[in-house]
Design a protein around this ligand. Structure first.
Ligand SMILES: [Zn+2]
Length: 68
């Protein structure tokens, strides 16, 4: 799917979010990366193989999670 050179990180790479945006739909809350990953506004992800990655917004931006 990715045609960049050098190629972007693949969807199974830990670095997958570093791939470039192919489509950006902020009004719908998602972006499509060139490696096929759907990236949601809440930092959740949907991989091309159907795997779902839970949101992992970094601490310190907005709400702060408190440990139970
Ligand atoms: Zn790419």
């Amino acid at each position: 799917m990715c045609q960049h050179k050098p190629a972007c990180p693949t969807s199974d790479s830990a670095d997958r979010e570093a791939a470039r945006l192919m489509a950006h739909h902020p009004e719908q809350g998602w972006s499509l990366l060139c490696n096929g990953v759907l990236l949601f506004e809440d930092t959740g992800e949907l991989l091309p193989d159907g795997q779902i990655i839970a949101p992992h917004r970094p601490r310190g931006s907005g709400q702060v999670m408190t440990a139970a």
